[in-house]
Ligand binder design. Structure first.
Ligand code: PHE
Length: 352
């Protein structure tokens, strides 16, 4: 703003207020940007500015001039304020216009819709089960997805040459020593034993990986939830009780279960736990007409595993189970292809 344009108003000068206002308004109108407006605002209205000086001079004036001077100052102030606000709006509108590509802004056009997301069905069931199990005194643990061979196999009573390794279709991390992508959540059994003193109860939900040829019922990445209880005189009865509570939580009513023998090196005895089909009485497509659904593998923790975790099997016993969360979600929502779960297709996900 060129200085020579400034008009100085001395309080005792009886300059015409109208001329002053006109000059101020011209300068405001010509301001090129918001920064110039700020300079003008300070000059006219700021502390020590023109209007301020005028007002401050009032007590020094002869009494008969005071009222008129006050009124003049207030008139200038109001006029300059209004002009500043008007110019500011005009400058902002111009900026907005420029931003929107110069086209007219149509305030009546509908805005972009805000999409609403929802929790993935696996997350939903995981959270429900976490609530259920924590209400029974379990703690929720987490473990690494890239795991040491020791935790994934050795510590679980699966030595290097054990045939059970073949069944696990392991992804080995090349050139990374003994690292593997964990093939199950069971390594967290031993990790839990290392970090907690018995007695304790824990669940470990998480992702696991297997080198599988994918089809409707096989996926290289899926979700499990490990359960582990260690205490004095823990028995198969405790295991069955916990599983019945689990089923009541998931299906909302009591469901009959049965145990069949199952083999896993880290449990002895080991079982496959079946649940009476919650969807039918005499056979349906979900239970493949058998009225029983294979729910989860489980068993009593093998003494060697307790030893791996630094727990004396002479004094403590425990049970463990490995719930397939992906499978449970499929059962619950009657999903026929496991690959939907991780495909990220909104047409699928929007249903939950
Ligand atoms: N970890 C086993 C699997 O994924 C399941 C399992 C867990 C079996 C706990 C028994 C006890 O195949």
């Amino acid at each position: 703003m060129p200085c020579e344009e400034r008009i100085h108003l001395s309080p005792d000068e009886s300059q015409d207020a109208e001329a002053l206002i006109a000059a101020a308004l011209t300068r405001v109108k010509n301001a090129a940007d918001v920064e110039q407006l700020r300079v003008l605002e300070r000059e006219y209205l700021g502390a020590g500015g023109m209007v301020g000086a005028l007002l401050a001079s009032i007590p020094t004036l002869p009494p008969d001039q005071r009222k008129a001077t006050g009124q003049r100052a207030n008139r200038i102030k109001a006029a300059v304020e209004a002009a500043l606000a008007e110019r500011k709006t005009a400058l902002e509108d111009a900026a907005l216009e420029k931003e929107s590509g110069g086209g007219a802004f149509d305030a009546t056009l509908p805005g972009a819709r805000v999409e609403r997301g929802s929790l993935h069905p696996i997350t939903q069931v995981t959270r429900e089960l976490e609530d259920l199990f924590t209400s029974m005194g379990y703690v929720v643990l987490d473990g690494p997805e890239v795991e040491r061979d020791w935790y994934n196999f050795e510590a679980l009573n699966i030595p290097k040459d054990h045939p059970a390794r073949d069944a696990q279709d392991t992804f080995y991390c090349e050139g990374k020593g003994d690292l593997v992508l964990r093939t199950h959540t069971s390594p967290c059994q031993v990790r839990a034993m290392e970090t907690m003193k018995p007695p304790f109860r824990a669940i470990v939900p998480g992702k696991v990986f297997r080198q599988e040829t994918t089809d409707a019922s096989h996926e290289h990445t899926f979700h499990q939830m490990e359960g582990l209880v260690v205490g004095r005189d823990i028995s198969v009865g405790h295991l069955i009780g916990a599983m019945k509570t689990l089923l009541r939580g998931v299906f909302g009513r009591d469901i009959e279960v049965r145990l069949r023998p199952g083999y896993f090196p880290f449990v002895e005895p080991g079982f496959e736990l079946d649940a009476k089909c919650p969807f039918c009485k005499s056979g349906c497509s979900v239970c493949k007409q058998s009225t029983w659904i294979e729910l989860l593998p489980c068993g009593m923790v093998h003494p060697n595993v307790l030893k791996s975790g630094g727990i004396d099997p002479e004094h403590w016993s425990g049970f463990a189970f490995g719930l397939g969360l992906s499978r449970l979600v499929m059962l619950r929502h009657k999903i026929d292809d496991v690959r939907h779960l991780l495909a990220g297709d909104l047409r699928f996900l929007e249903q939950f």
